[in-house]
Design a protein around this ligand. Structure first.
Ligand SMILES: Nc1nc2c(c(=O)[nH]1)N[C@H]1C(S)=C(S)[C@@H](COP(=O)(O)OP(=O)(O)OC[C@H]3O[C@@H](n4cnc5c(N)ncnc54)[C@H](O)[C@@H]3O)O[C@H]1N2
Ligand code: MOO
Length: 417
């Protein structure tokens, strides 16, 4: 099968999955998910005029000219705690004791903090040592949010700060799409689980953990971890059991053309419909995406470096689509820290370790790491991918290319209004 260009393959792969039906989840369970509908403020924040300080609610005009030597003396007529209502309005010459967050007494229009005041010994009056303007140390109703204000659009990620806002509006739940359930199956006769003895020709199995953690970082609930030898019957049995239990099934290894590379063959025999099979991408060329019943399947190459890139380009978008969003990374131009030669027909995604400004006002330099498909260190603490597009073989040191940045992506709802 000819290799599909990367952009076309990424588009085709998205058909392997549909957004999950939205569900109302308790707020903490919605943490990390994406809103399935926009949020409009259902109440004002704050809900009423209230004190920003522990102190005294007053009529500002009655503090005019007050100082340490000539305090303004007002009669104490009420005490108002947060969560309680004032017993009465303030009339001229009156003050109410208030605490932070307590509703403002009708008639009051300012607060004097307690450090600038002292009650008389008999507790009947308070002396105010400062002159304040109307509105001083007050939080006005609706000053932060008015009812009806659109606050969040569909596709907004529910992070800690968003959770806080939703709770402050009185929401107990959020409408989000649930986490995709994921199974990760590693294949290979040479694999030995970490923690067991391994000879030099054996390989500690690392892709399952790597891929499971990558899936979690994309919002998945990794429910099953499987392992199979390069044995068609064993793999068939394993995939047949797992596929119906998950939304996305991810395999690693056995994706290429070797005698024992049987993953695609087994999937085909099981009735999988391939949307992508082989991409003009390095690392990650043998990656495939298929549909097996109602389960999306991503076949990752066994090489850890290739599995990482192929996951990023093919599995991660499926996991987000199930959650109702498309991820859009920031792209910046940067100069290559070294020349690179590549296969002209493939897009190379090369790990960028750092972006360094050199004070000349031009694009930053992208410090490249070696991109060995079989290597595993190059992706630790990376900033992004330098994109060396298909169609050319040689890239010079200092040449500017696109760099896809990992941090602070935008998320857009899949079904844009
Ligand atoms: N004649 C050709 N050979 C290869 C081609 C090709 O087009 N023609 N493609 C190459 C490319 S590109 C890649 S990438 C690899 C991918 O092959 P597989 O997906 O079949 O991977 P394996 O052969 O099973 O393993 C490759 C390598 O990775 C190690 N591995 C596998 N699974 C794990 C794991 N779970 N944890 C850690 N390491 C793992 C494995 O031991 C091998 O060293 O094929 C090229 N060959
Ligand atoms: O292109 Mo393979 O997936 O990296 O060596």
């Amino acid at each position: 099968m000819p290799l599909t260009p990367l952009p076309a393959a990424r588009l085709a792969a998205l058909d392997a999955i549909a957004p999950a039906a939205p569900a109302r989840l308790p707020l903490l369970e919605a943490h990390g998910r994406f809103l399935a509908a926009g949020i409009v403020a259902s109440r004002a924040l704050p809900g009423c005029d209230n004190s920003a300080m522990d102190g005294w609610a007053v009529r500002a005009e009655e503090t005019r000219g007050a100082n340490r030597d000539r305090p303004a003396r007002l009669r104490i007529v009420d005490t108002v705690y947060a969560g309680h209502l004032p017993r009465r309005a303030l009339h001229p010459g009156e003050a109410a004791r208030v605490f932070t967050g307590a509703p403002l007494s009708p008639g009051a229009d300012a607060v004097v903090r307690q450090e600038a005041a002292r009650p008389t010994d008999d507790g009947s009056h308070v002396d105010l040592f400062v002159s304040v303007e109307p509105g001083h140390d007050l939080r006005r109703a609706g000053e932060e949010v008015m009812p009806g204000t659109p606050l969040f659009a569909a596709g907004q990620r529910v992070d800690a700060t968003v959770l806080g806002v939703l709770a402050s509006l009185g929401e107990a739940t959020a409408l989000v799409r649930p986490a995709p359930r994921v199974a990760v199956v590693a294949t290979g006769d040479e694999l030995v689980p970490p923690g067991q003895p391994a000879q030099a020709h054996q390989v500690f199995e690392s892709n399952r953990l790597l891929v499971a953690a990558l899936a979690r970082e994309a919002g998945a609930d990794v429910t099953h971890l499987g392992r199979s030898r390069d044995d068609e019957a064993e793999l068939h049995a394993q995939l047949e059991t797992l596929a119906p239990q998950v939304d996305v099934l991810i395999t690693t290894g056995g994706a290429s053309v070797g005698d024992k590379d049987c993953v695609k063959r087994v999937l085909t025999r099981m009735g999988a419909r391939f949307l992508v099979d082989g991409v003009a991408l390095k690392p990650g060329k043998p990656v495939a995406v298929a549909r097996l019943g109602s389960t999306a399947v991503v076949v990752l190459p066994g090489n850890p470096g290739a599995a990482t890139v192929a996951f990023d380009q093919f599995a991660r978008p499926l996991l987000f689509k199930h959650q109702g969003v498309l991820e859009q990374r920031r792209v910046t131009r940067a100069r290559l820290s070294e020349a690179r030669h590549k296969q002209a027909g493939l897009t190379y995604l090369v790990t960028v370790a750092a972006l360094e400004a050199r004070g000349d006002g031009a694009e930053p330099w992208a410090r490249l790491r070696p991109q060995g498909a079989g290597q595993i260190l190059q992706n630790v603490a990376a900033r992004g991918w330098a994109v060396l597009p298909a169609g050319r073989a040689d890239f010079a040191e200092g040449e500017a290319v696109d760099v896809q940045l990992f941090e602070q992506p935008d998320f857009h709802p899949v079904e844009a209004p």
